[in-house]
Design a protein around this ligand. Structure first.
Ligand code: SAM
Length: 379
């Protein structure tokens, strides 16, 4: 087992823990704070994470090697053996350690670094570099200071999320439609939450295919359903383009169906989707309008879950994002008893993470969204 730190934004704490739980085969949480989990993970998981071609998480930003009980000399030796360069830049990330202590430690680290590097630059200890800044140079060492039971532990960021990755995915696919698109980042988070890592996954509201593409990237076979033929042709274009660009000799199976999903029979092991969420709201609606939208959505989602219960096999997992509609008076919620009935239940987290999980909405989006992790109740 290797001790690794996983760092995320405070608002992503629940999602990050779910991502760990659903993607590591064997791990044990050693400690946690509001933006960090330290876990002992198996060698297999470690190799998988470190060798992944793209950063494997969506809600976790950084992966940190932990140097427990290591002397500063040993710590610096390790940095030197990882950076064969003349000039180096130090960045600092602090979690729960007093600034004076960090300043003192950083000075000692910089002094030791002079033995190994000709030119050394350092960033302000009180300012964590953004992921974009970290991405700018390969010669940045991000040192992490963290505290556990009054002991200060040193760490070093060994992998981080390329903040331009999702933007690039979004901008380079040929078929885009602002009103029908899930963000590639959300798609990655949703797909990462599926427990079974193989099988056929259905997106009953597939739109331009953002979720389907992430599923294909992660090795699933997919079924996409949408009742809008124009949008579905964009999904087809995106998938064909993805296969072409990646020279995939062994293509994954994909089926696209132009129909209302309630009229389709299919066989799948799981479902991931962001459904239709009502009309685009230019301003906060009145309570009457919000209630009318929810009535329509309750009906649509009730049919969705009925169909999924009939067509999903085995564990029948569903990872989806569902809305609530704020009006001037209150936030109006869907009728979940009606929607899920006795057909699906919320999955329990081993790490006591929230479910459903709050997900920050895009700027300007008035609808509030939550991610639901559900499993089929077999009669
Ligand atoms: C929020 S979009 C899905 C976004 C999609 N994940 C993507 O990345 O493009 C919702 C989609 O549901 C489709 N839709 C609405 N009602 C439907 C129904 N009854 N059956 C199938 N598709 C439906 C719409 O045409 C729209 O493309």
């Amino acid at each position: 087992m290797t001790k690794i730190g996983f760092i995320f934004k405070k608002e992503n704490v629940n999602l990050a823990k779910w991502e760990l739980e659903r993607n590591l085969v064997s791990f044990e949480v050693v400690s946690e704070s509001e933006k960090l989990v330290i876990a002992k993970i198996s060698e297999i998981d470690f190799e998988k994470i470190v060798n992944a071609q793209t950063f494997p998480f969506g809600a976790i930003d950084r992966i940190v090697q932990i140097y427990e009980h290591a002397s500063l000399n040993k710590f610096m030796d390790d940095i030197a053996s990882n950076f064969f360069v003349d000039s180096i830049e130090f960045a600092w990330l602090v979690d729960n350690v007093e600034l004076e202590t960090c300043t003192l430690l950083s000075k000692q680290i910089l002094k030791l670094a002079r033995k190994y590097f000709k030119k050394i630059e350092t960033n302000n200890i009180a300012r964590t570099l953004s992921l974009g800044d970290l991405q700018k140079s390969e010669n940045i060492v991000e040192v992490v200071f963290l505290k556990r039971e009054n002991e200060i532990i040193l760490g070093r960021t060994i992998k981080f999320l390329n903040p331009f990755y999702f933007k690039e995915l979004d901008e380079t696919r040929p078929g885009r439609m602002f009103t029908h698109g899930t963000s590639p980042k959300l798609a990655k988070v949703l797909v990462n939450l599926i427990k079974n890592k193989t099988g056929t996954v259905v997106d009953p509201f597939c739109g331009t295919g953002t979720i389907l593409l992430e599923l294909l990237r992660q090795g699933y076979d997919v079924i996409g359903i949408d009742n809008d033929s124009k949008v579905l042709s964009l999904a087809r274009k995106n998938i064909k383009d993805y296969f072409k660009n990646n020279n995939l000799c062994e293509k994954r199976n994909y089926t696209l169906i132009n129909s209302k999903f309630e009229n389709v029979e299919f066989k799948a092991t799981a479902s991931v989707f962001e459904p239709y969420m009502g009309p685009f709201l230019k301003k906060i609606p009145s309570p009457t309008v919000a209630k009318a939208i929810l009535k329509e959505l309750n009906f649509l989602y009730q049919k969705t879950f009925q169909s999924l219960h009939q067509n999903l096999e085995g564990d029948g997992e569903i990872i989806c994002i569902l809305p609530s509609i704020p009006s001037k008076l209150q936030v109006h919620e869907l009728n979940f008893d009606l929607i899920f009935q006795d057909k699906f239940k919320l999955s329990r987290s081993k790490l006591n993470s929230q479910n459903p999980i709050d997900y920050e909405s895009k700027k300007g989006n008035r609808i509030k969204r939550k991610i639901f992790i559900l499993e089929k109740i077999n009669f």
